[in-house]
Design a protein around this ligand. Structure first.
Ligand code: COA
Length: 331
């Protein structure tokens, strides 16, 4: 008899740093206005990591909340995946720092780099590792300290990003199939649209790269906008197709919270019911890999998600990368 392994989602958790940076604060830092930022992006404020905090600290706080909710011991976790593009350090992985802080020493650990699509990529990896029988309890974290890689003199980017972390715990199951479908995509011909040019082998960090602020995020906003809308709409529809579902079956959509205008355009293009779209971009801005999981955790806490609901996450980011997944929330 076939012994098929499925995935059960046990819990979610999230954490955002205490410090709030408002659009009015930004007016004092660069030539911008609350009016410009609000109408162009929907963002009103974002969270900023404390001086003495690191990316893995944010990840730790979100993970502990998920671990407590799941009522498991850290010793049960056999794999930790951290999705981030703003790690504690280039080496070792932020997952190693997180493992040390959690004292989850039975876990194998690694980071993945898929920018804002990192949590969707991570969900797909978690599913593959669990259903193959390799791992039984997986902690997936989407976390960013983007304020540390932001040029605070560049109004084109600094108004958009924020810091935060979200976590999800998955377990092998004989009965459940809570990761209903996932769909991923990437197009490396667009690496120049959104990147951090220096700090890698292509452009090692030097005095000049620091002076020219090339160790910070650079973006061609308009071009990114266009691809974001078409690829996120495609991903929404593809994940539904793969699951044999339609808009009617989805209880809540959690789009990547980069820009309210992108969210609206994606919903229209994908044929999504507007009332089912969750939005928290006004509070946090774009937290890259942390965005969708923080939004999902908040939606659950607010009662927007009920036991048994199907939630579709969709994201898009540097690479360019994109993806969507349909999750059954059954806890
Ligand atoms: N405050 C005031 N003016 C600003 C500004 C700011 N913070 N940032 C840029 N501008 C200016 C630009 O300098 C430009 O001026 P110019 O025309 O004199 O050169 C002008 O505003 C650009 O305006 P517009 O063309 O209307 O911008 P937009 O509608 O394309 O909006 C973004 C800009 C960045 C908000 C939008 O392109 C966007 O959201 N892109 C996607 C970004 C994203 O989500 N990235 C992450 C993907 S995961």
């Amino acid at each position: 008899m076939e012994n098929k392994i499925g995935v059960k989602i046990l819990s979610t958790g999230s954490y955002v740093p205490e410090r709030i940076l408002t659009n009015f604060d930004l007016e004092k830092m660069v030539e911008t206005s609350d009016e410009w930022i609000s109408t162009r992006t929907g963002i009103k404020e974002r969270r900023i990591i404390a001086k003495d905090q690191t990316t893995s600290d944010l990840a730790y706080n979100a993970s502990m909340k998920a671990i407590e909710k799941a009522k498991i011991s850290v010793d049960d976790i056999d794999l930790i995946i951290v999705a981030t593009i703003s790690p504690d350090a280039p080496m070792p992985s932020t997952a190693c720092y997180l493992q040390k802080k959690l004292k989850a020493f039975n876990a194998d650990v690694f980071d993945i780099s898929a920018a804002c699509s990192g949590f969707i990529y991570g969900t797909t990896i978690a599913k593959a590792f669990i259903t193959s029988g390799l791992y039984k309890k997986v902690l997936l974290v989407g976390v960013e300290a983007l304020s540390r890689v932001t040029d605070w003199t560049d109004r084109n980017t600094c108004v958009l990003f924020g810091d935060g972390a979200g976590a999800m715990i998955f377990e092998a199951s004989q009965e459940d199939n809570d990761i209903v479908s996932t769909y991923l995509g990437a197009d490396g011909t667009h690496t120049e649209l959104l990147n951090i040019p220096a700090g890698g082998s292509a452009m090692p960090t030097t005095k000049e790269t620091v002076e020219q602020k090339l160790n910070f995020v650079k973006m061609l906003g308009k071009e990114v906008f266009k691809v974001a809308v078409s690829k996120m709409a495609l991903a929404v529809n593809k994940a539904q197709e793969l699951a044999g579902l339609t808009d009617n079956d989805i209880n809540l959509y959690i789009p990547h919270q980069a820009n309210l205008r992108i969210i609206d355009a994606v919903a229209k293009k994908a044929g999504v019911t507007n009332e089912k779209v969750y939005i928290n971009v006004h509070k946090y801005g774009n937290m890259s890999a942390a965005t969708t999981i923080v939004a999902l955790d908040e939606a659950i806490q607010e009662g927007r998600v009920k036991k048994g609901d199907l939630v579709e996450l969709v994201a898009f980011g540097a690479g360019l990368t994109w993806g969507a997944c349909i999750l059954k929330i059954n806890f």
